[in-house]
Design a protein around this ligand. Structure first.
Ligand SMILES: Nc1ncnc2c1ncn2[C@@H]1O[C@H](COP(=O)(O)OP(=O)(O)OP(=O)(O)O)[C@@H](O)[C@H]1O
Length: 828
């Protein structure tokens, strides 16, 4: 058999959950089987035979048999693994449909869905992406003794508009029959079958979905439903209207062409069919070394990764929507398009050091050393320093200082001058954002400079005063042998700008010469090249204008030059930019991700409340929104705790963290926990409290946790949590006057625009910290709660809330009677 005759064996997204539940010996048998099968499906030891219709086959896997769906050619999908004796029973339970809207091939077990909606479930549904605890006994997806679903016809044929499932619904034991009370209104009573179909709900589940009256049953249904059906139904249940769901959930993944619901090969090839694409992926599932982000990209993510852009492109989206994942896959895609070589033509950059280290690590995980070899992964300030130190300017040997140190220098200078008209913070921001940010080099240029996002207006006379102070300030820094990262970025941008100008001049000369050999003196820059072919930026919202000018100059204006991902709702350094004014034109090449893979629906809804009524920019002249931002994960509601004093708050935190740790230890698991606080002093205090209680803790540094402390409880200021993720997140010290800091109020009357932007930044900071939580979020304060918390925070703190520990089931129970499906923008 030749290589191309080899078979492929794939796994659909969600099916990995069932496979991972299998006992170790069965997984081992499957591991061996998949090798033999790919080499030659017809190998007699595989016991390969046709089951039913033309597409369903089975093969021997130890004591089990695999049920396989034949897509076409030599492509197969693993549908289920069942004990040998049961393989022929109830095959009609499996539906193999091509979704009429998305064009995806969807395989699902209709009986499992019905049963999950029928029985009062002992435990609430598990979040779709949470770890599955292996069961002791092998079991098919649902008990074999379950009544089969009515036959749904041949696999190749979609079911009739309303299948027999409709009739079976009342037999599911839904509430009316159980209680004899008044018929409860179905959750989705406002929608018709036709609307669900239009939204792309799997045909076999439309009627069932419309009949469901309780939240817990809906969660049961979506657990077994195809991904798109799950997203649509939960979004509707969350109170998003038909139009919003159509716009945000369905339209982005709808097939561009009319869908032929009998063409399985075409469906299989569509990105909407989320399927493992390589043998390695299947092996990783079996070896429990499986990271869904590497394999099952959301179709929206997939499109963004693969698309060709005529120029710079931007992807925005709320926290946890997979922007970083898209950036990583994009880098991989770009490298795959390069010819062989030893250089690093792709730059992957982000805001700070620890995020760059994390990107490097994940890129290695995604594509191995051969991928990393072609990519320069470096944080933006380090990149700028590198450029400057390679250039003439680097010979000046100046020490870098950070923004706070620069602000202190401003303060010292103003005090020495006896200058009272100007505020040090204001001048520092004006200098770094407007003057350095736009490479303003002369007074005249400063008179003309744009001051987007800078609040307080300044007159011409005031600009003249500012300019004079800035000149004095830069001389002062020079005398002291120091400079700020902004100055370094600006210097680097100038170096690269000069290089880009020389390349352009060279091209012009070449064009003028009509391809003729140039004179020797004209060739001085003939070998100059742009540093990179592609630039990919993560956490784009925090880069300053000088960074963008630098990046723009490092890559030619060509296809796929700059790809940036970020969320302005998470901007925490006040670097508002207008990309188009910096030569980065993203108009018509912007997209948004809306499905969170990290944050549960409960945390997401609460965190959105923290943003208040502010508006956010889109890194350009427009505004960005979190419309459609949603999740299909679930867990306990965030919990609130007020204390009388900071010491009491720490004690409370420590005991709650101790309880989570203990619980995790009992279950033989590790629980990642972090505490975010508003001020540096508080970090040490929390850390000491934890250590005193015998809990290993470490404070986060700019480059992340100290080595050897990856599994300790991490403690850090809110700023340190950018881009990170923890199972349990504690946001502490949320006290009035600390969040936002009381110093913000002094601008209220003197500079209302600045007041607003400081408040907005403080909100974003809290939003970032709260959305680092995967499973649970705890918010605490001492004294009066922060004004950013809901007005009823104290009442919430007093109310019985789910325990702040790792017991999801118990916490979820506490949620259920409480109306789980609140509109996602409901306050905490
Ligand atoms: N397609 C996917 N399948 C499974 N998991 C995913 C997928 N996309 C993202 N994730 C997971 O979701 C989480 C959040 O992803 P990521 O960090 O890329 O989000 P983000 O949008 O960059 O978040 P933030 O803006 O908060 O930093 C990660 O744990 C990631 O592994």
């Amino acid at each position: 058999m030749s290589v191309q005759d080899k078979a492929t064996l794939r796994l659909l997204d969600k099916a990995d959950k069932e496979i991972r539940k299998l006992p170790r010996n069965v997984k081992g048998a499957l591991y061996d089987f998949q090798y033999k099968f790919r080499e030659n499906p017809a190998n007699p030891t595989n016991g390969f035979k046709q089951l039913k219709g033309e597409r369903l086959f089975s093969a021997r896997v130890g004591e089990y048999r695999a049920i396989l769906f034949h897509v076409g050619n030599q492509d197969y999908i693993l549908v289920a693994l069942r004990p040998r004796g049961q393989v022929y029973e109830h095959l009609e339970r499996y539906r193999f449909d091509i979704n009429q809207v998305t064009g995806a091939l969807e395989i699902f077990d209709v009986v499992a869905s019905e049963e999950a909606t029928a029985a009062e479930r002992a435990a609430p549904a598990q979040a779709p992406d949470t770890e599955v605890v292996p069961e002791a006994e092998p079991a098919p997806a649902t008990g074999a003794e379950a009544e089969p679903a009515p036959a749904t016809g041949a696999e190749a044929e979609p079911a009739p508009a309303t299948g027999a499932e409709v009739d079976s619904v009342p037999e599911l034991g839904d509430e009316p029959e159980e209680t004899g009370g008044p018929t409860p209104r179905p959750l989705l009573a406002d929608y018709t079958q036709e609307q669900l179909r239009e939204l792309g709900v799997a045909e076999g589940l439309v009627s069932l979905a419309l009949s469901i009256t309780t939240e817990s049953r809906l969660l049961g249904l979506v657990e077994y439903a195809p991904r798109h059906t799950e997203e649509v139904l939960l979004a509707l249940a969350d109170g998003r209207g038909f139009d919003e769901v159509m716009e945000e959930v369905t339209r982005p993944v709808a097939a561009p062409e009319p869908v032929d619901t009998t063409d399985y090969s075409a469906a299989f090839a569509r990105p909407a069919t989320r399927v493992t694409t390589s043998d390695t992926d299947l092996r990783q599932v079996l070896e429990d070394d499986f990271a869904a982000w590497k394999v099952f990209l959301h179709p929206t993510q997939h499109k963004l990764v693969k698309r060709d852009y005529k120029g710079p492109a931007r992807v925005s989206g709320g926290p946890g929507t997979g922007k970083t994942i898209v950036a990583l896959h994009r880098v991989k895609h770009l490298v795959e398009q390069l010819g062989p070589g030893y250089t690093k033509p792709v730059l992957l950059t982000t805001f700070n050091k620890n995020l760059a280290a994390d990107l490097r690590h994940r890129l290695l995980d995604l594509g191995g050393p051969q991928l990393l070899d072609r990519v320069d992964v470096v944080n933006i300030d380090q990149l700028a320093s590198r450029i400057v130190s390679e250039s003439d300017q680097g010979r000046q040997r100046r020490r870098s200082i950070n923004d706070q140190q620069a602000a202190r220098e401003w303060q010292d200078m103003l005090t020495e001058l006896g200058e009272q008209n100007w505020d040090a913070d204001f001048l520092n921001a004006e200098w770094s954002q407007v003057i350095l940010g736009q490479s303003v080099r002369t007074r005249a240029e400063y008179f003309r400079a744009r001051r987007a996002g800078r609040g307080q207006r300044v007159s011409r006379a005031q600009r003249a005063e500012i300019w004079q102070l800035v000149e004095r300030f830069t001389m002062r820094l020079e005398e002291r042998g120091v400079w700020t990262f902004r100055q370094i970025a600006e210097a680097a941008a100038r170096v690269e700008g000069d290089r880009a100008a020389k390349i352009a001049a060279n091209r012009e000369r070449e064009a003028r010469a009509g391809g003729q050999m140039l004179h020797h003196q004209d060739q001085s820059h003939a070998n100059l090249r742009f540093r990179y072919k592609h630039v990919v930026v993560d956490e784009a919202q925090d880069l300053n204008p000088a960074h963008w000018t630098l990046l723009r100059a490092m890559v030619d204006h060509t296809e796929n030059d700059i790809f940036l991902v970020g969320d302005t709702h998470q901007r925490i350094y006040g670097n508002q930019v207008s990309l188009s004014s910096l030569g980065i034109n993203i108009v018509g090449r912007s997209a948004r991700l809306t499905l969170s893979y990290r944050t549960t629906r409960e945390i997401l809804g609460s965190a959105l409340g923290l943003l208040g009524e502010e508006t956010w920019d889109d890194l350009d002249e427009g505004t960005d929104t979190l419309r459609g931002y949603r999740s299909v994960l679930r867990g306990p509601r965030p919990s609130f705790h007020g204390a009388g004093t900071w010491e009491a708050e720490i004690d409370d935190l420590v005991s709650r963290i101790g309880a989570i740790r203990e619980q995790a230890q009992t279950e033989g698991k590790f629980a990642s926990i972090a505490v975010a606080v508003p001020h540096r002093d508080m970090v040490g205090e929390v850390e000491r409290g934890l250590v005193r209680a015998g809990i290993s803790a470490a404070s986060l540094r700019p480059e992340g946790p100290p080595a050897g402390h990856e599994e300790s409880v991490h403690v850090g200021t809110l700023h340190r949590y950018k881009g990170l993720e923890y199972q349990h997140m504690m946001v502490a010290g949320m006290t009035d006057g600390l969040v936002p800091h009381s110093s913000v109020d002094r601008h209220k009357d003197t500079d209302p625009a600045r007041y607003r932007s400081e408040l907005q930044m403080a909100r974003s900071l809290l939003f970032v910290a709260a959305t680092r939580a995967r499973d649970s979020l705890l918010v605490s304060w001492h004294g009066e709660p922060s004004r950013f918390l809901p007005p009823n925070a104290t009442t919430l703190a007093a109310a019985p809330v789910p325990p702040a520990r790792g017991n999801k089931a118990q916490a979820e129970e506490a949620n259920l009677g409480d109306g789980l499906f609140k509109p996602p923008n409901a306050l905490l």
